[in-house]
Design a protein around this ligand. Structure first.
Ligand code: GLC
Length: 571
């Protein structure tokens, strides 16, 4: 009897251990090990002198992109668009925006990336389309149109629909009255971005077919724009007064969203080796988890805003920063996967928001932030231009801005009699245009971005000093530091999969943590201030090997210089 029990025990523990090792082998994925580089095509490189970046421009910089050491390019929307929101208002999902080039250019770009071993992730904008999309033109033409149900309509005979907040509208009203059919349509973003009706199976099928069209071309992944808002309660009940202050609670990850993601996975993702990420991760850790838990077959990795939202014009608390990143790491330690990022095209510049962009500290603080992004667990997303330490442009007048959301908010603030000087100051810190100024390639006219007379958005005048050509020549530049940090991550899986532990938790100047994998232990210490700062640890860093540091003489005495970043391998 005992023998039988014993053999059952042995067999079941064998099965169990096999399951564990199978799981961990299965847990290693290319998209977890990748570094994603985000390209904002409008501002990357203009090949034809019209002042707008384009696909041929990106193609001409493929060797630069390769030289960074990144694995994946996520490109912001390149589809046909009237550009109310720089491509986030798509009028034809199967064509390329005229200003950006042709489908042939796209195919060449994809080929050029693949030849260099780099994958391409497309931005898929399907919470809404453009009002110039054929579907919307049809839908708006008649209440009886077969496309009517592709969008959300509220017939005016029923009175005014309950208020919905629009992020980009001049009045923040998400219902736009349309006289042709005497009805309102819904737009969570601008009036030119009507929301698609995901309850309609025909619409869903069209979207999946469109996604397959790009997968068949060979794209390697999708970033689902604003998709957390796609599911809606289409009875449009009244929300409590002031809901707009916390609109995400009412809009994000509503009933039905997981079903759409599961269906999309079954119809599209499961058929290709693609990486998938949705912008926004809902209202709770549970929401985020549910989207990316491998067993649920939805998406690969969560892209949560809690971290990127921390920076404020008045500064931010490092303790809060540490708490947020530590909490998110712990929730995803065993299951699911995270994106790590502090900047993108919807934010102002990384070094201006999270570091210090003064002449004295721009270089070191930018490298310190790069160190953070590339030594955390999760897939790092790095925004183009941040590798040079590009800074906010800080326009003085509203006429200099191009971003529709900044301009509409200006009009709205004006309409409610707000202090406009204050608003102009605020947007110097936070407007998205700060992160969208043309890429600074060299010290020639228009920063080498364009040979045209003018550029769609002004070039930051500091391009004569901050530019890729100058940084190529300087072995200690931000650019070369970024390359080094990437190589370090690539050569040491501990940075990808290693356990993360926060140390010296209450230190409000230094962020220090360890990463551990198979006996290898790394300690990362980052001074987030412009003063010397010390940190406490029982580890003996004096004997540690320095793997990376942003000063030429790294501190080994637990006292860090201003914005110093050191990566120690502990003995
Ligand atoms: C996402 C995009 C942003 C765009 C918005 C509407 O937040 O990142 O740039 O304006 O969706 O599509």
């Amino acid at each position: 009897m005992k023998k039988i029990f014993y053999s059952i025990f042995i067999i079941s523990s064998l099965i169990y251990s096999q399951k564990i090792s199978a799981q961990s082998a299965n847990n290693q994925k290319w998209w977890k090990e990748a570094v994603v580089y985000q390209i904002y095509p409008r501002s990357f490189k203009d090949s034809d002198g019209d002042g707008v970046g384009d696909l041929k421009g990106i193609i001409s910089k493929l060797d630069y992109i390769k030289s960074l050491g990144i694995d994946v390019v996520w490109i912001n929307p390149v589809y046909s668009s009237p550009n109310d929101d720089n491509g986030y208002d798509i009028s034809d999902y199967r064509n390329i925006m005229k200003e950006f080039g042709t489908m042939e250019d796209f195919d060449n770009l994809l080929k050029g990336l693949h030849q260099r071993g780099i994958k391409l992730v497309m931005d898929v904008v399907v919470n809404h389309s453009s009002d110039e999309h054929e579907w919307f033109k049809q839908a708006r033409s008649s209440r009886l149109s077969p496309y009517r149900n592709y969008y959300h309509w509220w017939d005016a005979d029923r009175g005014k629909p309950n208020y919905r907040y629009s992020l980009f509208d001049v009045n923040h009203d998400a219902w736009k009255y349309d006289s042709t059919t005497n009805a309102y349509y819904l737009h969570f973003f601008s009036r030119k971005q009507p929301d698609l009706n995901w309850e309609n199976p025909r619409l869903r099928k069209e979207i999946y077919d469109m996604m397959k069209f790009w997968a068949e071309k060979g794209v390697d992944g999708y970033r689902l724009d604003a998709f957390q808002f796609a599911a809606k309660d289409t009875t449009f009940p009244k929300f409590s007064d002031g809901f707009e202050k916390n609109f995400s609670k009412y809009y994000a990850v509503q009933n039905g969203l997981h079903d759409y993601l599961k269906e999309m996975n079954k119809e599209v993702f499961s058929k290709y080796d693609v990486m998938t990420v949705a912008e926004g991760a809902g209202n709770s850790f549970q929401d985020a988890h549910d989207m990316v838990d491998a067993e649920r077959n939805e998406l690969n990795m969560a892209y949560a805003f809690d971290g990127v939202d921390i920076a404020k014009p008045e500064g931010y608390s490092l303790l809060h920063f540490k708490e947020v990143f530590t909490k998110w790491d712990s929730v995803f330690a065993e299951k699911g996967w995270l994106s790590i990022f502090l900047a993108n095209h919807d934010q102002a510049r990384l070094v201006t928001r999270f570091g210090n962009d003064s002449n004295e500290y721009r270089d070191v603080s930018s490298k310190m932030l790069t160190t953070f992004l590339l030594t955390m667990r999760g897939t790092p997303y790095y925004y183009n231009g941040d590798e040079l330490g590009m800074t906010n442009i800080r326009f003085n007048k509203i006429e200099d801005y191009r971003d529709m959301s900044t301009i509409n908010e200006y009009k709205y603030q004006q309409s409610i009699g707000a202090d406009m000087k204050k608003y102009l100051e605020e947007i110097k810190f936070k407007s998205r245009d700060n992160g969208r100024t043309p890429f600074q390639w060299d010290a020639s006219i228009n920063a080498g971005f364009s040979e045209g007379k003018s550029t769609w958005l002004a070039v930051n005048p500091n391009y004569t000093i901050i530019n890729a050509a100058a940084e190529e020549r300087d072995k200690n530049s931000c650019l070369n530091y970024f390359r080094k940090a990437i190589q370090l991550r690539k050569n040491n899986k501990v940075f990808v999969y290693g356990k993360y532990t926060l140390i010296d938790k209450s230190n409000d100047k230094v962020y220090a943590y360890t990463r551990e994998l198979n006996g290898k232990k790394i300690l990362i210490a980052l001074n987030f201030t412009k003063e010397n700062a010390s940190f406490k640890t029982n580890y003996d860093v004096s004997k540690a090997k320095i793997l990376l540091d942003n000063y030429s003489n790294a501190s080994k005495n637990k006292i860090l210089k201003p914005y110093e970043a050191v990566v120690y391998e502990l003995k």
